[in-house]
Design a protein around this ligand. Sequence first.
Ligand SMILES: Nc1nc2c(ncn2[C@@H]2O[C@H](COP(=O)(O)OP(=O)(O)OP(=O)(O)O)[C@@H](O)[C@H]2O)c(=O)[nH]1
Ligand SMILES: [Mg+2]
Length: 392
Amino acid sequence: MLSITTQNMGLLCSKRHRYNEADTEENAQAAEIERRIEQETKVEQHIQKLLLLGAGDSGKSTIFKQIKLLFQSGFDEAELKSYISVIHANVYQTIKVLHDGSKELAQNETNSLKYVISNENKDIGQKLSEIGGRLDHPRLTKELAQEIETLWRDAAVQETYARGNELQVPDCTPYFMENLQRLSDANYIPTKDDVLYARVRTTGVVVIQFSPVGENKKSGEVYRLFDVGGQRNERRKWIHLFEGVTAVIFCAAISEYDQTLFEDENKNRMIGTKELFEWVLKQPCFEKTSFMLFLNKFDIFEEKVLKVPLNVCEWFKDYQPVLTGKLEIEHAYEFVKKKFEESYFQSTTPDRVDRVFKIYRTTALDQKLVKKTFKLVDETLRRRNLFEAGLL
Ligand SMILES: Nc1nc2c(ncn2[C@@H]2O[C@H](COP(=O)(O)OP(=O)(O)OP(=O)(O)O)[C@@H](O)[C@H]2O)c(=O)[nH]1
Ligand SMILES: [Mg+2]
C-alpha cells in the first residue's frame, strides 16, 4: 500500500504548476498523501512482528496454516488443489522409505525374517519403490492406491513402520495410508485436514499479516507472521529477519526424542532442538524479544512415552518413569518442560531476565487448541505492550 502512495507522489511532483487553482488542488493532494504516509508509517510501527523458528519438521508451517485458516480467509479451491501433487508425493515417498527400510532390515538384522516382504508383494514393492524415487510422481490412481494399501498391510512393512523413528518415516504416514481410496478419487480435492497433514519442507520465507479480532476492529493488534525453513541449510536466511521482532514462536517437536535428524542421521533430533533453542536465545537482537515456546506434537508424544522411555535421549537420561497411563504422560511432559525451562534460564543473561517467556503444550493439527493458544499469546503480548508504554 505504501509503495502505491509513493508512486503517486512521484507523479504529482513532476507536474508543472500552470494555474493557481491547480496549485491549490495539488497542494491539497500532496497534503493528503503526506497524511496517508504518516498514517501508514504509524500503522507499520504498530505491526507486531512474529517469527516462527524451530528445527525442520517441528510444525512451524502447520501453525502458520492454522493461523491462515483461523484469522484469514483460509484456503481457496485453487490452493487446496495445489496440494494434490504434494499429498500424492508424500504417499509415494513414504511407501518407498518403508519398502527400502524393510529390505535393509531384512539384510542386516539378526532377527531379520520378520522384515522380509511376502513373496506375493515383492513385485509391487519394487515397482512402488521405483515410482517413489522419481522426481515427478504420477497422479495416484485407484489401482496404485490399492497396491500401496496391500504393501502397507504386509506384516514386514508393519514391522518396519514400528521402527519408523530410525528411518525418517513422516508423521503423516498413518493418516494418509488410512485415506488412500479417497486420495485416489479422480475428482479428489484435499480437505483442510489433508492440507494440515501434508508435509512440504519450507524453503525461503513466507509471510502473512492478520489481526486476531478482524482487520477492522480498532482494538486488535496487527501481526505479521514469518515462517521459515528449519533445516540446517535454511537457517542462514533467518538472520535477515531478526531485527525488530516482537516475539519468537519457537516450535519444538517433543515427540522427536527417539529420532535422528533428517540432515544428519547421527544426531538425535531433541539434542539438535536444544542447541538451536539456545543459539536463538543468545542472539543479541532478541534481548527484549518475547519467547513463546510451543512444545508441539503432544498427540504423538503422549502415545510414545508409554512405549519408548524418555531416557533414550541423552538430554533426558536422568528421567525415571514412575507412573502408568495418563499420570505417566503428565510426569514425562512436566519433565521435558522443566528441561526447556532450565535451558532457557541457562541461556538468558541476568540483564535479559525481564523478557517474556511462556511455554505452551500444542498439537498443531488441533485447530481449537491452536486458537486457544494464540489467544493466550495475543493477550500476553498486549499486556506486554501496555506495560512498556507505562500503562500497566
Ligand atoms: N501428529 C502431529 N503431526 C504434526 C504436528 N505438527 C505438525 N505435524 C506434521 O508434521 C509434519 C511437519 O510439519 P511442518 O509444519 O511442515 O514442519 P516445519 O517445522 O514447517 O518444517 P520445515 O519447513 O522443514 O522447517 C507435517 O506432516 C505436519 O502435518 C502435531 O502437533 N501432531
Ligand atoms: Mg515449514
